[in-house]
Design a protein around this ligand. Structure first.
Ligand code: ZN
Length: 467
């Protein structure tokens, strides 16, 4: 696309989140009188970041015409109810699988906010009485009513003169990268980029580049090992068997949980792993697995073959989905080798806290991380094998065996990020790097400058650029 003539009104892009951090993805695009958001994610991690969720939105929310979601993860959607309780009433566009998954994740997020407020009330740690949740289930439900499904691979008009074309990003079911045409410019948003050649999902697709590329950098500093994820999983599970303790996966209910189940089921089917009891202790993981089954058009060929063979590729012989609290508590009565998969993936909340409070002090237990751990999260503290970690107000000693399986990551590693950048058509006139800790953000910007000759720099929090 050619550069706009100087007489044209500029397109303004403001980075409202995920700038030098991995959460809170939110980009405001303004052109003349129209404005819309790409993603509306929650900040997660340390207190300083979480406080940003409470700040008043920097522009009049009722003037925002629409939101487009790249994918369903809470750090990309979890701010939607807050947007609605500040007056947003426009459509929220996304793919079908993202809409299905967002319904599950937002209600869960609202529930966690309400629980946190009740906890603060009991602990007397809030200055409000009763303590206020960031948003309520009713706010989440109002946001969900605004979800509007758009097709992949074809442009849709979002607002008058604004068109978006989502393409598959591989990261989780329904995840997309976005190509946007607004005010004669072409803007590209990578969203979270997945991996090449992984189970369940097809490879990420490239975009037709234009005036601006906003690109994620979560793993810009490292390549995932080339090891086969199934081999790695097999080693860790078999290694744990002689300790007779449980293998506990803190895993995102959506995405990682299904990948772990897929790999375990495959190992069992091939006779390489004895069928062990697998407890998926998260109602959300159970619901997400249902959504996976209902969206086969987003699967890769191998996954479709498995379904054709009448297997449910997303459960092992002895998988038990624990939806109720009673089912969750009953896991405590089980002895012998067993696998527990529970959320949240960064140990910021959810049922995983109960399992880890019980098992972290026990050297016979194995805790396996399979996803990115944001700075300051409990997950990062445990992963670094600190002496102890605070759970429910108590310091719990860390004596369990700690493992990290990076081959199961949902995020592209360094070379995959570069491969994705090069897979698009043309070169972007300008690149802003987002969705990474400061070191990763700077590294990707430097790599894009040096290896591709692109005009790339890190995005700063609340920075506005004109395109
Ligand atoms: Zn994500």
């Amino acid at each position: 696309m050619t550069n706009p003539s100087p007489s044209q009104e500029p397109v303004r892009v403001t980075f409202l989140g995920a700038s030098r951090t991995v959460t809170g993805s939110k980009y405001l695009i303004e052109h003349k009188k129209s404005s819309f958001l790409i993603d509306a994610g929650l900040f997660q991690g340390g207190k300083e970041l979480r406080l940003r969720n409470w700040a008043k939105f920097p522009v009049d929310v009722s003037q925002i015409g629409a939101v487009v979601l790249t994918h369903a993860h809470i750090d990309h959607t979890g701010y939607l109810p807050r947007l609605v309780n500040q007056g947003f009433r426009g459509p929220i566009y996304c793919t079908k699988a993202t809409a299905d998954l967002t319904r599950i994740l937002l209600l869960d997020s609202a529930h966690l906010q309400e629980e946190e407020a009740r906890y603060a009330d009991r602990a007397g740690s809030s200055k409000h009485h009763p303590a206020l949740p960031l948003y309520t289930t009713a706010d989440a439900q109002r946001a969900l009513e605004l979800l509007t499904v758009i097709p992949r691979g074809a442009p849709t008009e979002l607002l008058p003169g604004v068109r978006v074309k989502p393409v598959l990003a591989g990261h989780i079911l329904g995840a997309t990268s976005l190509g946007i045409e607004v005010g004669g410019r072409r803007l590209c948003f990578s969203g979270d980029i997945g991996r090449y050649g992984v189970p369940i999902l097809p490879d990420p697709e490239g975009l037709e580049m234009g005036d601006l590329l906003v690109m994620e950098s979560t793993y810009a500093d490292r390549d995932h090992p080339h090891t086969d994820p199934e081999e790695e999983l097999l080693r860790v599970v078999q290694d744990s068997l002689h300790r007779h303790g449980p293998v506990i996966f803190p895993a995102f209910a959506l995405g990682r949980t299904q990948t772990i189940l897929y790999c375990l089921a495959k190992l069992e089917r091939e006779g390489r792993l004895e069928p062990l009891p697998v407890f998926v202790d998260s109602p959300m993981a159970a619901d997400s697995s249902d959504v996976y089954r209902n969206n086969p058009s987003d699967f890769d060929a191998e996954m479709l073959d498995r379904i054709g063979e009448r297997h449910n590729p997303l459960r092992t012989l002895r998988t038990k989905f624990c939806r109720t609290v009673e089912e969750s508590k009953a896991i405590n009565d089980v002895t012998g080798p067993r696998i527990i998969i529970s959320a949240s993936g960064m140990v910021t909340g959810g049922r995983i806290l109960h399992h880890l409070r019980r098992w972290l002090p026990n050297p016979n237990a194995t805790v396996v991380f399979v996803g990115f751990q944001g700075e300051g999260t409990r997950g990062a503290i445990i992963q670094s094998r600190a002496e102890d970690v605070k759970i429910f107000g108590e310091y719990v000693p860390i004596r369990a065996h700690i493992e990290t399986l990076s081959s199961l990551s949902a995020h592209a590693g360094r070379s995959e990020l570069l491969r994705w950048a090069k897979s698009g058509t043309g070169a972007p006139s300008r690149v802003k790097v987002v969705h990474g800790e400061p070191k990763q953000t700077e590294l990707l910007a430097a790599t894009l400058r040096e290896e591709l000759g692109w005009n790339a720099s890190p995005a700063e929090h609340l920075e506005t650029i004109e395109v």
